[in-house]
Design a protein around this ligand. Structure first.
Ligand SMILES: C[S@@+](CC[C@H](N)C(=O)[O-])C[C@H]1O[C@@H](n2cnc3c(N)ncnc32)[C@H](O)[C@@H]1O
Length: 292
């Protein structure tokens, strides 16, 4: 789903991303100053805009959404509740992943009007790998949202008695609808390819409504460089090209205030982007909205 190894033992499609090989990208950080809500267009290593021809991008995945979700649930039910299971056999990239995320999160906290350290949602939490190694260190409370009960049970075992854990929410993100003013950060990693375009737009819209003032949504996902939505039938997920992901983000009333490429992953994997999203219009109080 999220990793395309050149040699796969799991029968993934073998697609190698030559153009945006992560370890060879020289310029990998584009940032927009806080308080200015723009769409960020990241440049490639030659300083050129990497956007693909929008005409090449499919709007819809052409997928029956019910089987798309049930097939994914069946796939994950058969995956062991381990870090290796969560990372498709690539447990060894977990440290680099967490380290990149930690730097990204710290950079968000250093902006003007940063989010608070109160409550975070780990969306598509799996066994709680990110909650354990990253989020609980930065937030007072962590809620884990995950559709697979077995994974949540594993997380509960680990966090038993920890005051850091708020709720274990066993639910698909397509149905997750937290109350307004709940989260400082909503962290979504390696899961959004399991939502259809329409459900992803609606999900972002609901999450925007659940943010506290100055709250943000973090997206850390693979992106395809082919300009196409690449579908993985094995785990029932898609990998979207960046322009499509950005269009969905914008359609949901959000803008990108930071856009960073993950570094130090092995060659042959999809490019991984970390993006910080804010509502284009942020709620300041019930009757008073501010443009940012
Ligand atoms: C590749 S794993 C990533 C887990 C975790 N984010 C991490 O990085 O360690 C994908 C996770 O998304 C979960 N998932 C798949 N479809 C989902 C959905 N519709 N809603 C919520 N979680 C989902 C899977 O059960 C699995 O735990």
């Amino acid at each position: 789903m999220w990793i395309l190894p050149q040699e796969s033992t799991k029968g993934y499609r073998l697609t190698r991303d030559y153009k945006y090989n992560i370890s060879e990208v020289a310029m990998d950080f584009t940032e927009i100053t806080d308080n200015h809500c723009h769409s960020v267009e990241t440049l490639d290593e030659n300083g050129k805009n990497e956007f693909c021809d929008p005409a090449k991008i499919s709007n819809e995945m052409g997928t029956d959404s019910e089987s798309f979700y049930t097939d994914a649930a069946s796939y994950w039910e058969n995956i062991p509740p381990t870090v290796n299971g969560m990372l498709g056999g690539y447990a060894h990239i977990s440290a680099a992943d967490i380290s990149g995320s930690d730097a990204f999160l710290r950079s968000i906290f250093q902006t003007a009007n940063p989010p608070g350290h109160g409550r975070v949602a780990d969306c598509g939490a799996g066994i709680g790998r990110i909650s354990r190694h990253l989020l609980q260190k930065h937030f007072g409370k962590v809620d884990l949202v995950e559709q697979c009960q077995t994974f949540l049970e594993k997380a509960k075992d680990h966090f038993k008695g920890s005051p850091k854990i708020g709720e274990y929410i066993c639910q698909g993100l397509q149905d997750f609808s937290p109350p307004a003013n709940t989260y400082d950060i909503i962290w979504c990693q390696w899961v959004l390819g399991h939502l259809t375009d329409t459900d992803l737009t609606d999900f972002f819209t609901r999450m925007a409504g659940a943010l506290k003032v100055n709250g943000v949504i973090v997206v850390k996902e693979n992106v395809s460089s082919s300009g196409e939505v690449e579908k993985d039938d094995e785990d029932s997920s898609v990998t979207r090209p960046l322009p499509l992901l950005k269009r969905i983000i914008s359609r949901a009333g959000l803008c990108i205030t930071k856009d960073v490429k993950q570094k130090n992953f092995p060659k042959g994997l999809y490019e991984v982007r970390m993006m910080c999203l804010k509502p284009k219009v942020q709620q300041q109080s019930k009757n008073n909205t501010i443009d940012i």
